[in-house]
Design a protein around this ligand. Structure first.
Ligand SMILES: [Zn+2]
Length: 442
């Protein structure tokens, strides 16, 4: 007896650079996993049946770099460069954050992500116990790391990050995995990064950090340390543990060889990178070198939305434009970045990111009746270039339905919106000379 059976779904299969849909198939789920995919499976074999007639079934989208609770700061720092964004707006405002704010801001972000078909997120923030609680409530899958910086409290902050990782590893029925969260080489000294590497090795943990986001960061690293941020992070030993590195818009040719040799997993967040004029991760070049690249949303204070279809669309358009080549990042490859490759980036290859027997049942059903999706000559193109987050109809994680007919089942949507609106006012107060860190620290 299956727990849940999805019938009449067009099921996305990505093979290499191409993708196609298995038409009108059934997908059976038992114990949170995909138990069978076949043209027909008798509804009598399942406790619950979902008819997906007129819907596309795709793997849950994977947001490989986010600061979800920054949903609280959506729109507070617009049309500014990164130094002002950090020092004049975000880091002074984050002094106001309570643990409860982080909880409600995370739930708001997870509601938005589920409504956009995102089932798994790599979150990198403060008060991570609250983020983990929100992940558990929402029913999502997550790779979580508590952020820390250099400063008088750096030893305590590192210890807190380790304790968080130990406390939550494998929790929420295995949906939560954890790592350490050094913010970046521009806010953490080489000695702190070196200690982080040692502790990560001892505890069998990976790390998640920001790396080589701007040309200025690379120039400052060369001036202060005589090496690029990538070479510095390699030399302190951080690449000896699984490393997830966000942005990486400015790797040198030598950096790319270092990253490929160390199997560093990269996350591009194209909307943030464009909006803050950081430069864009060279995704195609990295993939040609064998690097794993996922896509992320970053926080809503820079990205303004948690829409991963938008991220996949943006990176495909950007790379085609930048390289003056319409052939690159074809449909299947662009969609793979938001699914299969994101899973690989988070150490979840073989677990999620594809609709295959034995994988976790992280499934999203997308309706295709709307005018902006007609006629559907090429459903893969429809998905990448025409579908909107609001076309997502049903979201399943580990076999549990989190949204059905666009009704959230695990999150009280209105309650979360009311809480966040109440808390929004105090978030934007800026007191003189108090901020969580300084950009750049050195
Ligand atoms: Zn970030």
């Amino acid at each position: 007896m299956y727990d849940l059976l999805v019938i009449n779904a067009d099921i996305l299969q990505i093979e290499g650079p191409s993708a196609s849909f298995l038409p009108r198939h059934a997908l059976a789920i038992t114990d949170g996993r995909i138990a069978a995919i076949a043209p027909t499976i008798s509804p009598g074999l399942a406790r619950e049946v979902l008819d997906a007639q007129g819907k596309l079934a795709i793997p849950g989208l994977i947001n490989a770099h986010a600061h979800t609770a920054m949903s609280l700061l959506r729109g507070v720092a617009e049309d500014v460069a990164v130094e002002s964004w950090f020092n004049d707006y975000i880091w002074p405002m984050e002094m106001n954050l309570s643990a409860e704010d982080v909880y409600w801001g995370s739930l708001l972000g997870f509601a938005e992500m589920i409504e956009a078909g995102v089932t798994c997120v790599a979150d990198h923030y403060f008060a991570m116990d609250e983020v983990a609680r929100a992940v558990d409530v929402a029913g999502m899958r997550a790779y979580l790391a508590q952020v820390f910086f250099s400063g008088p409290q750096e030893n305590d902050q590192l210890a807190t990050s380790v304790a968080f990782a130990e406390r939550w590893q494998g929790s929420a029925a295995g949906r939560i995995t954890t790592g350490l969260g050094p913010h970046s080489p521009y806010t953490c000294t080489p000695s702190l990064l070196q200690r982080t590497a040692e502790v990560a090795r001892q505890h069998g943990l990976g790390v998640h950090l920001h790396l080589a986001e701007t040309a200025d960061q690379v120039a400052q690293s060369l001036a202060h340390h005589g090496k690029t941020p990538v070479a510095l992070v390699r030399d302190v030993g951080l690449f000896e543990v699984p490393t997830l590195a966000a942005h990486l818009a400015h790797p040198t040719q030598e950096d790319l060889a270092i990253l490929a040799a160390a199997d560093v997993r990269v996350v591009s967040t194209p909307k943030t990178e464009l909006k803050m004029a950081l430069g864009v991760t060279p995704v195609v070049q990295m993939r040609q070198l064998g690097l794993t690249v996922g896509l992320g949303s970053d926080g809503a204070a820079s990205n303004n939305s948690y829409d991963l279809l938008e991220a996949a669309r943006l990176i495909a358009l950007l790379e085609k434009h930048t390289r003056r080549d319409a052939h690159i990042l074809p449909l299947g490859e662009a969609l793979a970045l938001a699914t299969r490759e994101g899973a690989r980036a988070l150490g979840l290859a073989g677990v999620t990111g594809e609709l295959r027997v034995g994988y976790q049942a992280d499934v999203v059903l997308i309706g295709h009746d709307a005018p902006h999706l007609q006629p559907m000559h090429n459903p893969v193109a429809t998905l990448l270039y025409s579908a909107r987050a609001t076309d997502v109809d049903t979201v399943i994680v580990a076999g549990r339905i989190l949204m059905q007919g666009r009704q959230l089942l695990t999150i009280d949507r209105q309650r979360v919106i009311d809480e966040v609106r109440q808390r929004a006012g105090h978030m934007v107060i800026r007191r003189a000379n108090t901020q969580v860190a300084r950009y750049p620290t050195e």
